[in-house]
Design a protein around this ligand. Structure first.
Ligand code: SF4
Length: 354
């Protein structure tokens, strides 16, 4: 290991172990990243996750939403062509994912509370009865405890619920009628109920500071999610934030690298939003600590209607495979279940010699 790598290794050791030191070091890195930060994160990813980029097939099955998030094109008051796939359509799409050799399906929707717990459970049960070895990740927004419990009981394995920002004031502004404490209660509840939990933030939100981003990272370190999704803010033309600036590619990559070092065992996707921000964004994320990619399997007749943010292209399986190859990695078709933190820390320790 050369001298600069040793210096960065020491730095990494510090951010992982000395909590008083963390915030300022994180702020410093977000303002001016250490030279070897992405390399160190890539090394940590290699050691903990190996060369595989886990592929998860995503189905955006409903574009209905009862909320009004200021950054999102699916907000309730937007006049859109809404859709909700029925159980047969979802099952048929899951079949395509399974036939492609993929072992995780991600069911995503807006906060579609008209799609009740029973209907959702029916969907999960059917998927599990046809494909018992498939992991089911849900990304359905905030639901009742009763729904979470029922979904877990009928076999859902994971739940993704991003906190978006740890700045409570910014959170309230962006999510009218909601607050950060409530969001965090949902996250803790999901964990108590036995889900593998995914969460994360957006970078470059209007009014967000580097201190806010450092707090997002500290929360990730404390909560230690099994999955960590970090994506840039991209203004959607049909939202109140349409004239705001995009998040930066560099900052998003730095956040991914810092997350990899702070929560080394977490599965970190190269998000689709990064691909919309920059053609090469997903490959760069894979080089900076990410280890997951989620191609879109939503039936083509509906995929363009899922307008959370403007997408420049659809990330289908062929595109995802090309990106993996361009990053010099190999596709991973396993379930990609949670990696335990103790194993990850042992593996990381062998790199950084602490
Ligand atoms: S971010 Fe989610 S909850 Fe908010 S408006 Fe969009 S789909 Fe609905």
């Amino acid at each position: 290991m050369n001298r600069s790598a040793r210096v960065s290794g020491t730095f990494t050791f510090k951010i992982m172990r000395e909590s008083d030191f963390d915030r300022q070091k994180l702020i410093d890195n977000l303002s001016r990243p250490e030279e070897d930060l992405e390399k160190m994160a890539d090394l940590a990813r290699k050691r903990v996750c190996g060369p595989d980029v886990i592929i998860r097939g995503i189905i955006n099955f409903s574009s209905y939403c009862c909320r009004g998030c200021l950054y999102c094109g699916l907000r309730q008051t937007n006049n859109l062509k809404r859709y909700r796939l029925n159980k047969a359509q979802v099952l048929n799409t899951v079949g395509k994912i399974v036939r492609a050799g993929i072992s995780t399906v991600v069911l995503q929707s807006g906060d579609d509370l008209e799609c009740g717990g029973q209907e959702l459970c029916g969907m999960v049960e059917t998927i599990k009865s046809f494909f018992p070895d498939i992991a089911v990740t849900l990304s359905l927004g905030e639901r009742s405890k009763t729904d979470y419990k029922a979904l877990r009981a009928c076999g859902a394995d994971r739940y993704l619920l991003k906190f978006e920002t740890m700045n409570p004031r910014l959170y309230r502004y962006l999510h009218p009628g909601r607050d950060l404490d409530g969001r965090l209660r949902h996250l803790r509840l999901l964990r108590e109920l036995g889900f593998q939990v995914g969460t994360g933030n957006m970078t470059g939100l209007p009014g967000q500071t580097v201190e806010d981003l450092a707090d997002d990272l500290l929360f990730l370190q404390e909560f230690a999610p099994e999955m960590t999704a970090i994506g840039p803010f991209i203004p959607q033309p049909d939202t109140p934030l349409k004239d705001s600036c995009c998040g930066s590619l560099k900052t998003t990559l730095t956040m991914i690298s810092l997350a990899r070092l702070l929560v080394p065992f977490s599965h970190i996707p190269a998000t689709t939003a990064l691909a919309s921000l920059n053609q090469d964004g997903q490959r760069l994320a894979l080089m900076a600590g990410a280890n997951v990619i989620m191609p879109d399997f939503t039936p083509i007749a509906y995929s363009s209607e899922y307008k959370i943010y403007p997408k420049t292209s659809t990330i289908d399986l062929a595109v995802a495979l090309k990106t993996i190859q361009a990053a010099g990695r190999v596709p991973g078709y396993g379930r990609g279940d949670a990696i335990t933190s103790s194993i990850a820390h042992k593996l990381i320790a062998t790199i950084f010699r602490f």
